[in-house]
Write a protein of this length. Structure first.
Length: 574
């Protein structure tokens, strides 16, 4: 699957063709391979049951599944971002394993893990199917009196668990996320902590609903759901849908069935807000064994999901047949957008339009359509183009929060957008062919010149080595020395892109052309046919140096190469 995604990110005829063939093959292959993997997992379970006994293996499978659910519940209730860097999953898991769960909670967890449907992306069969293959009935395992870790690791267990926690904090996906964007995350935590401290200066009873909503959200994010429950309760007492939904889902997570009534009240007041907690109500009822009652909340989730998807499709996507209108942003905002885009060289033009949504009471969503330079867009992988677009979107949304950035290259509606009066907000300055485009191809041509010069120098090195001994002393300095200097100039001139290196590379190209011309004049050497190709390397003039000086250096290098080659022929041949 990763290979298929990588192929779609490449823009070429061969990769597109291969991606189509591979994509057609991938679907049946995945279905077959995952089914085979599940069969192998069942065979492995049966082999393990022969060693340790089916009841013991079944209890171990159930205990692991229930433990995973308990860990997720515990993290959601007690862990917030304020303590994410100090998490100790190994130590916390041991505590949960040693703690005695309430029998009712354990039964709910068992029902929940047995109700998990088959995930098509999971190579493991559902727990119920694994237990059935072992011929055992699901049951709540008896509390474990010992563990394999305690049995095999003994007194080193505490030390090794601490070491695992250290490695987890250093190398886990969360740790990598922090390493990649740790400054941003820590800044967000610091900002949220500061805002929460300000909100907490007011008593809950004296705070307005908007402040309480924000306070509850920040508290849950920073400290966990349990810490936010009193604030949600205060909102629920005021019949606020967000407070009712928040208090309801947290109470259900703790096993308190009164959360169902709170969620029902939230749905009755504001269906979209209350539906956010419908999944917790459904899962709680499934865990209680009340699958028929759970179906009601499942239907609410499906309806709200379909409505949300339809809303997203309308407000976050623009099609070629959509009706559009000119934007109504202030000139200073448009100027700020243009200034931001001017720093992104691949962007050629940008259009800002507002999508017209029929029967919508408010203004339609804004779309910023980017047109990248054609040469850059075609020669850039899809992943890199997506990354640049995402960075532009992040910068633009700081200026206009409700704008959606889209790429208009190859889009059927680009012409309609371009024809809309007032839509264009940015147009890149015309590109100077001589100063911007030509040097790019000149640099590539100089790479080719360097590649051709290497075997040419080696060929002459071989010829010089096989000259008569009395001629070697003369041939080396007048034939090989200029060629070596040319190689050095070409190589050094390609290492960076400044005026000095451009002039050095031009001198190397001109010198080599002079040497080939001299070889053709004196000996009729066939390499003269390569001169038109080598001359392409001269199309890389220095941007910030006098053109006259560059032309003079090129002329001197050309005449020097020609003169040295003619002199070498006179000396060596006579």
């Amino acid at each position: 699957m990763r290979l298929l995604l990588a192929l779609h990110e490449k823009r070429s005829l061969t990769t597109d063709l291969f991606a189509r063939i591979f994509g057609w093959y991938m679907s049946p292959f995945q279905r077959y391979s995952f089914a085979l993997a599940r069969q192998q997992e069942t065979s492995a379970d049966q082999a393990a049951a022969e060693i340790c006994g089916a009841p013991n293996l079944a209890d171990a499978l159930v205990r692991l599944a229930m433990l995973g659910r308990a860990i997720g519940r515990d993290v959601g209730l007690t862990v917030g971002m304020a303590s994410f860097e100090g998490l100790a999953p190994a130590a916390r898991t041991r505590e949960l394993m040693r703690s005695q769960q309430d029998l009712a909670v354990s039964r709910r967890d068992l029902n929940a893990v047995l109700a998990d449907d088959l995930d098509m992306d999971d190579a493991h069969p559902p727990l119920g199917a694994r237990l059935a293959s072992l011929g055992t009935e699901p049951r709540v395992p008896a509390p474990a009196t010992t563990t394999a870790a305690g049995l095999y690791l003994g007194r080193r267990l505490d030390e090794l668990c601490a070491r695992v926690d250290e490695l987890w904090r250093a190398e886990s996906p969360l740790a990598k996320l922090v390493a990649n964007s740790g400054t941003t995350i820590r800044q967000e935590i610091a900002t949220a902590t500061e805002e929460l401290a300000r909100l907490e200066t007011s008593a809950i009873a004296q705070s307005n609903i908007e402040d309480l909503r924000r306070r509850a959200k920040l508290t849950e994010w920073l400290r966990g759901a349990n810490a936010a429950l009193p604030i949600y309760d205060a909102l629920a007492a005021r019949d606020d849908p967000a407070g009712l939904a928040g208090a309801g889902r947290i109470r259900l997570a703790t096993g308190d069935s009164s959360g169902l009534d709170l969620i029902d009240r939230a749905i009755a007041l504001d269906r979209s807000t209350g539906a956010l907690a419908a999944s917790e109500a459904r899962d709680f009822l499934v865990a209680e064994g009340r699958t028929e009652d759970a179906a009601k909340y499942g239907e609410i989730l499906r309806e709200e999901g379909a409505e949300a998807a339809a809303t997203y499709a309308v407000r976050a996507q623009i099609r070629s047949d959509d009706e559009i209108a000119a934007h109504d942003l202030a000139p200073d905002v448009v100027a700020a957008i243009a200034e931001t885009l001017s720093r992104v060289k691949p962007v050629a033009r940008a259009y800002l339009v507002r999508k017209v949504i029929p029967e919508s009471p408010g203004p339609g969503p804004l779309f910023l359509a980017l047109v990248y330079r054609t040469s850059w867009f075609i020669g850039t992988d899809q992943a890199d183009a997506n990354t640049l677009t995402a960075r532009i979107s992040e910068a633009i949304t700081h200026l206009v929060p409700d704008v959606t950035v889209v790429v208009a290259n190859g889009w059927a509606g680009t012409k309609k957008v371009e024809e809309l009066a007032g839509a264009i907000v940015y147009r890149a300055a015309p590109t100077s062919w001589s100063r911007s485009v030509l040097p790019i191809w000149g640099r590539r041509a100089q790479t080719l010149v360097l590649v051709l010069a290497v075997p040419y120098v080696l060929m002459y090195g071989y010829l010089v080595m096989n000259l008569e001994p009395q001629l070697n002393k003369v041939a080396a300095p007048i034939v090989m020395a200029p060629l070596v200097v040319i190689l050095v100039l070409l190589y050094w001139g390609r290492r960076a892109d400044d005026a000095r290196r451009r002039i050095a590379a031009l001198a190397g190209v001109a010198g080599l052309i002079g040497m080939l011309t001299g070889a053709f004049i004196t000996e009729g050497e066939w390499t003269f046919a390569l001169i038109p190709l080598l001359a392409l390397g001269l199309f890389r003039p220095p941007a910030n140096a006098p053109r006259v000086r560059a032309a003079l250096i090129v002329g001197v290098a050309l005449l020097s190469g020609l003169g040295l080659r003619l002199f070498a022929h006179v000396v060596l041949v006579g």
